[in-house]
Each structure stands twice: as structure tokens, then as C-alpha cells.
Design a protein. Structure first.
Length: 87
């Protein structure tokens, strides 16, 4: 959710830069720092920055109280495959 808000803010800043400068700017110049900064800040506040930075899988207990409760996120094997690729 917060990444979507950050994306929207980055897009808004892109339009503001267009209005102020009168010339088009690369949208990713503004969107990427907003989304990446938000992701890093949230993972740091959750004390998961090292896991996010190194790509380590998170424990299932982190999803308690979210929409993912009741779903076995490892059943598809996607995280296992990503972990094997990264190591």
C-alpha cells in the first residue's frame, strides 16, 4: 500500500517538475527515489532492512494480521526458487 502511495507522490512530483520547468522530464527520475526510499524506510522501521537488502525470505509470522493470513505463501515454491537463485 505504501509503495502505491509513494508511486503516486513521485508521479505528482513529475507533473510538478513538468509544470515548473516547462519541459518533460524522465518520470523514473522522480518515481524511483520515492518508491525505493519508501521501501527502504519501511523495512528499516520493521528491522528487516538486512533481509530486504540481501533477499532473504521472511518468516511466515510476519504476515499475521494481513490479507495473507491463511495462505501458505511458500506452497508455490516461488520464494524457495528465488532463494536458490540468489545463493
Amino acid at each position: 500500500m505504501m509503495s502505491a502511495v509513494a508511486y503516486g507522490l513521485g508521479l505528482l512530483v513529475t507533473f510538478l517538475a513538468l509544470a515548473v520547468m516547462g519541459r518533460g522530464q524522465p518520470a523514473l527520475l522522480y518515481i524511483v527515489p520515492f518508491v525505493l526510499g519508501t521501501t527502504v524506510l519501511i523495512s528499516w522501521r520493521r528491522k528487516e532492512l538486512r533481509q530486504m537488502w540481501t533477499g532473504q525470505p521472511v518468516s511466515p509470522s510476519i504476515f499475521k494480521g494481513t490479507l495473507l493470513v491463511g495462505h501458505n505463501y511458500q506452497s508455490c515454491g516461488l520464494l524457495d526458487e528465488m532463494h536458490q537463485i540468489l545463493n
